[in-house]
Ligand binder design. Sequence first.
Ligand code: HEC
Ligand code: HEC
Ligand code: HEC
Ligand code: HEC
Ligand code: HEC
Length: 215
Amino acid sequence: MAAIFPKSSDIILKVAGALLGLGALAGVGAYTYLTYPTVIDTGYQPVQPVPYSHKLHAGQLGLDCYYCHFTVYKAAYAAVPPTQTCMNCHTRVKPTSPRLEQVRQSFATDRPIPWVQIHRLPDYVYFNHSAHVTAGVSCVSCHGRIDQMIEVHQEKPLNMAFCLECHRNPAPNIRPAELVTKLDWVPDRDPAEIGREIIEAKHINPPTNCSGCHR
Ligand code: HEC
Ligand code: HEC
Ligand code: HEC
Ligand code: HEC
Ligand code: HEC
């Protein structure tokens, strides 16, 4: 157990309980017991230090998600962009706007803007962005229509039931990898059929065993 959840003994107790449950219940029943939805953080929307809008930048201006979250297809973490990325434009666009005061301050002092993190999994869950994005799972499947949000909020539960629902049946959520940041993409035929072809070609096989996500 300790090897599976090194960071929290509280969780070890819970898992011990869950595994006892596994013994008592059979197959599908155990899964249902383990995957009841616990919606804790859905809707979480903190106040950010700068009134940055995804609806304006990603929606109206059409900036690609990769322009700012450029680590997302090669690293586990998506990472929020450095201030330099904002200043690529804002040295010239609205250079005196009071709404950008903290961005200019950050740039001048070389101290990062203290963005508040919104989506956060417990430490005992392993997650990797790159594995999902390169397999063709769009940001929209897990974050919703960010390109229509003025302020980002957590739209999906991101709990175990949510993860497993897709891992058991990924086909409807798989698209060509070059379209993962096109949140408004509409497939021209049955999305599950497109997904099944890609799954076969790339041998995609998401883990449903405990150690896949609890390492
Ligand atoms: C590709 C260019 C570009 C980049 C990169 C960019 N912006 Fe902007 N931003 C704009 C444009 C264009 C506007 C709209 C200006 C207008 O309303 O005339 C804008 C508006 C804003 C505003 C509203 C300003 C006001 O006075 O109403 C804020 C705040 C802002 N951006 C923050 C940011 C932050 C923070 C970043 C970096 C994470 C960023 N922007 C990156 C082009 C950019
Ligand atoms: C111009 C830069 C820029 C672009 C383009 C951009 N983002 Fe962001 N993104 C940010 C900044 C800055 C933050 C942190 C502030 C916030 O939460 O609004 C952020 C936060 C986020 C978060 C929340 C992170 C957390 O704390 O959990 C998600 C999810 C996200 N972006 C997804 C997207 C997606 C999907 C796209 C493409 C549709 C996109 N972003 C395009 C700059 C950008
Ligand atoms: C399969 C679900 C899934 C997909 C697909 C996905 N994300 Fe995430 N995202 C998450 C989860 C879960 C977290 C919280 C990660 C954590 O706590 O370690 C997160 C966190 C983030 C963050 C906060 C920084 C970080 O890495 O913790 C940003 C920014 C972000 N995602 C952007 C994106 C963008 C942009 C895309 C598409 C190119 C995308 N995500 C696709 C599930 C997903
Ligand atoms: C919308 C579908 C979808 C959702 C939601 C989703 N996944 Fe995945 N996951 C996949 C696909 C597709 C793969 C890639 C499998 C492959 O390439 O063989 C994957 C792979 C993984 C892997 C193996 C990657 C590796 O590096 O070994 C882990 C771990 C994982 N997902 C964890 C999670 C967690 C935790 C969540 C919930 C927060 C989650 N996933 C939500 C579809 C999804
Ligand atoms: C696809 C990824 C994934 C797989 C596979 C998975 N889990 Fe989880 N598990 C999660 C996530 C994500 C959470 C965090 C849930 C939350 O924050 O609500 C979690 C949480 C838990 C918790 C803590 C629950 C709580 O209420 O605090 C236990 C116990 C657990 N998992 C046991 C298991 C067992 C046993 C298995 C194998 C049958 C398993 N997990 C398989 C993703 C997964």
